[in-house]
Design a protein around this ligand. Sequence first.
Ligand SMILES: Nc1ncnc2c1ncn2[C@@H]1O[C@H](COP(=O)(O)OP(=O)(O)OP(=O)(O)O)[C@@H](O)[C@H]1O
Ligand SMILES: [Mg+2]
Length: 508
Amino acid sequence: MFSSINSFGLVGISCYPVAVEVDVSRAFPCFEIVGLPDAAVKESKDRVRSALKNCGIDFPDSRVVVNLAPANTKKTGAYYDLPILIGILCSIGLLEPVPEQVGMIGELSLDGKVRPVKGVLSMVSQARSQGFSSVIVPMENAAEGAVFPDIQVYAAQSVPEVLAHLRGEQALPLARQLPSRPESEPDYLDFSDVRGQFLAKRAVEVAAAGGHNILLLGSPGSGKSMIAKRLPSILPGLSFEEAIETTKIHSIAGLLPQGVSLLSKRPFRAPHHTVSAAGLSGGGPNPRPGEISLAHNGVLFLDELPEFARTAMEVLRQPMENDLVTISRAGGSVTYPSRFMVVAAMNPCPCGYYGHPERECTCTPTAVNRYLGRVSGPLLDRLDIQVEVAPVQYDDLTSTRQEERSAAIRERVAAARAIQQRRLAPYGMACNARIPPAALAELCPLTPAANRILELAFQRMNLSGRAYDRILKIARTIADLAGSQQIDAPHITEAIQYRSLDRKYWHK
Ligand SMILES: Nc1ncnc2c1ncn2[C@@H]1O[C@H](COP(=O)(O)OP(=O)(O)OP(=O)(O)O)[C@@H](O)[C@H]1O
Ligand SMILES: [Mg+2]
């Protein structure tokens, strides 16, 4: 007899419907899985056989053929164990046909337990869009399914429980009725720990307010890493849509803490400088999101920027422009969203003291140039705000003055973001860093005084077209922080200052 069970397959962070078709016929006993399965799917056979046996059910002494439709897409992972087992039981008449509006996913252990899989949030959201009434998911992933109130997500721990549920004897627990735990309270580091460094803190505030990338350059121990690590404490919270997308990515990477249904903190990813290009972009035989996708809607912190491999820096270019990363592999390409804010930190030279007001730099000019030259030009160009972090002053370090807390800075950032949201919503954007070039003139009106300053700077500093665009966007954010409709002289002056570092160090 033939039966079909609804399940799902993953591409990037989205899903497509997969029908697990099972045909059991009286012929020479065998067990085949077709429909482009990978090794993990093929191994389903052994898991399903053992799980059935250990649940006290004999494997049919017949020809069992499983087809994963559509047959032209490669199926990966162990998602289909549960639907295959259920399909077999329907085909041999031990279960009534499963209604069309029900989907299921789950890996099985040999003793018939339902084990967790990756990407459940994407699958439940696919089930919703297909109009399913319910989905059965592994208990350990159930929290992810509890996000949507309009679909019944049942949490399964073992095959016998699923059978009792499908036979109408004992319903499985609903995901949203299970105790869930919120993501652990943000343990943000606070900006009040950073003494002095007013300029650097201000630059980070502007970056956070407009979603601009930022480079912090300075001598060792000036507090660059310290400042960068405190950035999440002043960023606005995630919107529901952002939280869903970010959680999907972390779920697919298997990094969602158990019991957490939705991430609420913006991700802060700080890959070590030895990270490979593939580690950043993602990929591999079973595609997995890389650091830049895990940083989606959050921050990618590149500490000691010149130490990163050239290939790793190059990988960042496409996602920094397009907000997504495409990974090509043998079986086609996968796209993951990756809209993140880059925070990079570096020393100006190998010894770290080039440009230091008091200490002498011991590097030769060639060594300095070689060191700075390791940062790829196009990447440097994309780091909108560039600031020099001066050595911390003794007076600042020993002062008893209370430094401003992150909460106060976050309020100003949130107010500036609210202005941007109102202005940019018709354009489908959330922050100034994303303003397309065509909309710049309309959205960034300059006062005559500001215009004169920019014109002068453009001629004197020999700015590129891209630098001009970026200065306008940064100035827009500075004006928003000041609650000003128009971009005025002080706003544009501050913005120009954030683009002058590369001239001092790189284009001497
Ligand atoms: N402005 C500051 N206020 C308080 N403490 C500071 C400040 N700057 C530096 N420190 C102290 O110095 C330590 C080192 O700072 P941090 O690691 O941020 O330096 P860095 O600029 O990243 O140096 P490197 O170039 O070596 O990476 C901090 O952990 C902190 O204890
Ligand atoms: Mg550091």
